[in-house]
Design a protein around this ligand. Structure first.
Ligand code: TZD
Ligand code: MG
Length: 577
C-alpha cells in the first residue's frame, strides 16, 4: 500500500474505496469480479477484508443483504458493470423491500460514452437504472468524493427504515490517482449512522391509553422488531403485560415459539378478535391481509411502531402512530404501561388458549402419521427431533416446504430464521446460507424446495470452496408445489410445474468435495442429518418427498388466479386433459 505520509505520495480510487469501507467497520464484501472491479476485490483481500467470491451476483447480493439484517451494518455486494450490476440489482431491490441495510457497489463504464450511447463495453446508465429499486442511488465522479460517497451510502442504508443503496464507481474514478494526503483527508467516518429516534411523550401516552382500554389486545412482531435487536424490552413488554403476541415468520424466536403468551397456534382467531393491535416493525401488507376484514375485526384499532412514518395509514388508519426507533419506543411504552398497571384480561387469554390447544393437538396428530413416501410433515417431524436444542441458523424457502417448515420447526432464539420475506423471493436460500455462515460462524441448515434450490444451486461450489458449515436439505417432491402436473397440450413436454423427481441432488455437492446423502424415510433422514451436522462440513441431503404431497402455491392458493382449463370448470367445447 502507498505510504500516505510521504510528501507527494499518490493514492488511487481503488485504495480510497477500501480505506473508506474499513474506516467504517466494513470487513466483508460479497460479489463476482470482472472489469473494472477485479483489482478492487484483490485489494480488499490484500488489505485484510474478506471477499466472498460467488458464481452469480444475485445470490452474492442476497448474502450481503442477510449479513446486513444480522449485523445492523450494511452488507456490501460488489459487481461488475451492466450485466453483473443487473444481476445484483434484483438482490438490492429485495433488500430494500425487506428493510435490510445493503450497499450494492458496482463498477461502471466510461460516462461520456455511456451518456451518448456510443456502445462502450458493458454500457448502461446504472445509477438511473438502480433508482426505482433502491432507497437511494449515488455515483462518485471524482476520486476525492469517494469518502463522501461511501459515507452517504452507509448512512442512507442504516438510518430510519434500513434499505438498499446503490453506489456507482466508474472505472475512471477507480484508476485515477490523487495526492495521498488529500485522499486520506477526504475519507469520512460516519458518526452514529442509525441514531435512535425517540417518539414523543404524547405519542407514547396515546398508545398506552389505547392499550390500557383494550379488552382483547394483541402484539404483532415483524422482522423489523427482530432487526432492531431490542430483544429485552420486547420480552419485558410481553411478560409484564401478559398481552399475547404473534410473530411474523422472521420474528419467530424473538420470544421462544413455545412461550405461553404466543398466539401463533391461534393466529386466525387472534387476528379476527383483537380490538387493539400493537404492530412492532410489522407492516399491514398482504401478509397481514392489509389489516382488513374478514381476517380482521372491522373495528380493530392499531398502534404502530415504525421507523418510516410514511408507512402509517397505508392500509388501515393508525390510531396511535409511534414513529421512531423500535427499542426506544418499546422502552418508553413499557414505562407508560407499567404506570397504568396494564395487564391482559384472563378471559381473552382463555379464549386463545382453548383454540391453541385444539390446533396443537391437530398438528401433533399430523406429525405422528408416518407416510411412505414421506410427505412434508413426516420429513419435518424427523428433522425437528434432530434440530431440537442445537445452536444453528435456519434458512428456509419453497412453497409447501416453506409453509410447513415454518409451522413445524420452532425457533427459540431471535434472528435465527431466514426466509423469502416480504416478496416471497425464491432463490434467496443459498445466498442467505452463505451470508449467515460467514457472518455468524454458526452451522446453517437450509431447508429448500427442489425448485427454490435450483435458483442458485451452483453456489454449492461457493459453500465448498469456503468450507462453510452449511447443510442443505432439499425437499424433492419433483416439482414447483407438486410433482404430478400433466401436459395439457400435445407432445411429450412435461407439465409446467414438473421437475425431475428422480434427480439425485446430493450428487451435485460431491462434484465439489462435499458430502451427499439420500433419505427416503424418516429413519434415514434422522441418521444422515445427525451425521451431516456432526461433521460440520458442507453437505446436501436429497430428501425424497411424495410428488403428490403439497398444494399449488402452498398456503397462498387463494392469491393464485386459476384458469377454467386447469380447474376443469369449463364449458364442454373447451378441451381439457
Ligand atoms: N420466481 C421467484 C424469484 N420467486 C417466486 N416466488 C417464484 C418465481 C414463484 N414461486 C413461488 O412463489 S414458490 C416457487 C416458485 C417458483 C417454488 C415452489 O416449489 P418448491 O417448493 O419445490 O421450491 P414445494 O415444496 O414443492 O412447494
Ligand atoms: Mg418442490
Amino acid at each position: 500500500m502507498t505510504d500516505q505520509t510521504a510528501p507527494g505520495a499518490l493514492t488511487d480510487g481503488f485504495h480510497l474505496v477500501i480505506e473508506a469501507l474499513k474506516l467504517n467497520g466494513i470487513t466483508t464484501m460479497f460479489g463476482v469480479v470482472g472489469i473494472p472491479i477485479t483489482d478492487l476485490a484483490r485489494l480488499s483481500q490484500a488489505e485484510g477484508m474478506r471477499f466472498i467470491s460467488f458464481r452469480h451476483e444475485q445470490p452474492s447480493g442476497y448474502a450481503a443483504a442477510i449479513a446486513g439484517y444480522l449485523t445492523k451494518q450494511p452488507g456490501v455486494c460488489l459487481t461488475t458493470s451492466a450485466p453483473g450490476f443487473l444481476n445484483g440489482l434484483a438482490a438490492l431491490a429485495n433488500a430494500n423491500t425487506n428493510g435490510f441495510p445493503m450497499i450494492l457497489i458496482s463498477g461502471s463504464s466510461n460516462r461520456a460514452i455511456v451518456d451518448l450511447q456510443q456502445g462502450d463495453y458493458e454500457e448502461l446508465d446504472q445509477m438511473n437504472a438502480a433508482k426505482p429499486f433502491a432507497k437511494a442511488a449515488y455515483r462518485v465522479d471524482r476520486p476525492e468524493d469517494i469518502g463522501t460517497g461511501v459515507a452517504r451510502a452507509i448512512r442512507t442504508a442504516l438510518s430510519g427504515r434500513p434499505g438498499g443503496v446503490y453506489l456507482d464507481l466508474p472505472a475512471a474514478v477507480l484508476s485515477s490517482t490523487v495526492d495521498a494526503q488529500v485522499g486520506s483527508a477526504s475519507l469520512v467516518k460516519v458518526v452514529h449512522a442509525a441514531a435512535p429516534q425517540r417518539p414523543t411523550i404524547e405519542a407514547v401516552e396515546r398508545a398506552a391509553t389505547l392499550l390500557a382500554q383494550a379488552k382483547r389486545p394483541l402484539i404483532l412482531l415483524g422482522k423489523g422488531a427482530a432487526y432492531a435487536q431490542a430483544d429485552t424490552p420486547i420480552r419485558d413488554l410481553v411478560e409484564k403485560t401478559g398481552i399475547p403476541f404473534l410473530p411474523m415468520s422472521m420474528a419467530k424466536g424473538l420470544l421462544p415459539d413455545g412461550h405461553h403468551s404466543s398466539a401463533a397456534s391461534a393466529r386466525s382467531l387472534a387476528l379476527s378478535q383483537a380490538d387493539v393491535v400493537l404492530l412492532i416493525g410489522a407492516r399491514l401488507n398482504w401478509m397481514l391481509a392489509h389489516g382488513k376484514p374478514p381476517q380482521w375485526s372491522p373495528t380493530v384499532q392499531f398502534i404502530q411502531i415504525e421507523a418510516n412514518p410514511s408507512e402509517f395509514d397505508s392500509n388501515r388508519p393508525i390510531a396511535a402512530p409511534l414513529p421512531g426507533d423500535i427499542g426506544e419506543a418499546v422502552i418508553a411504552l413499557n414505562a407508560a404501561l407499567a404506570e397504568k398497571g396494564v395487564k391482559a384480561d384472563p378471559a381473552w387469554l382463555a379464549v386463545l388458549d382453548a383454540k391453541r390447544q385444539q390446533n396443537v393437538a391437530k398438528m401433533a396428530s399430523r406429525l405422528s402419521k408416518v407416510t411412505d413416501p414421506m410427505n412434508f410433515f413426516t420429513a419435518l417431524n424427523a428433522i425437528k427431533g434432530v434440530l431440537e436444542g442445537r445452536d444453528y441458523y435456519l434458512v428456509n424457502e419453497g412453497a409447501n416446504t416453506l409453509d410447513v417448515t415454518r409451522n413445524v420447526i420452532d425457533m427459540h432464539l431471535p434472528r435465527r430464521r431466514l426466509d423469502p420475506g416480504s416478496w416471497g423471493t425464491m432463490g434467496v436460500g443459498l445466498g442467505y446460507a452463505i451470508g449467515a455462515a460467514v457472518t455468524t460462524g454458526k452451522p446453517i441448515v437450509a431447508i429448500e424446495g427442489d425448485s427454490a434450490f435450483g435458483f442458485s444451486g451452483m453456489e454449492v461450489e461457493t459453500i465448498c470452496r469456503y468450507k462453510l458449515p452449511v447443510v442443505v436439505i432439499i425437499f424433492n417432491n419433483g416439482g414447483i408445489y407438486r410433482g404430478d402436473d400433466v401436459n395439457r397440450g400435445v407432445g411429450t413436454d412435461p407439465g409446467v410445474t414438473r421437475l425431475d423427481p428422480s434427480a439425485h441432488y446430493e450428487m451435485i455437492i460431491e462434484a465439489f468435495g462435499g458430502t451427499g446423502y439420500n433419505a427416503k424415510n424418516p429413519d434415514e433422514l434422522k441418521q444422515v442429518l445427525e451425521a451431516a451436522l456432526t461433521a460440520g462440513t458442507p453437505a446436501i441431503i436429497n430428501c425424497v418427498i411424495d410428488p403428490h404431497a403439497g398444494t399449488e402455491s402452498g398456503h397462498l392458493s387463494k392469491l393464485n388466479p386459476q384458469s377454467a382449463v386447469t380447474t376443469g370448470n369449463v364449458s364442454p367445447n373447451v378441451i381439457t386433459k
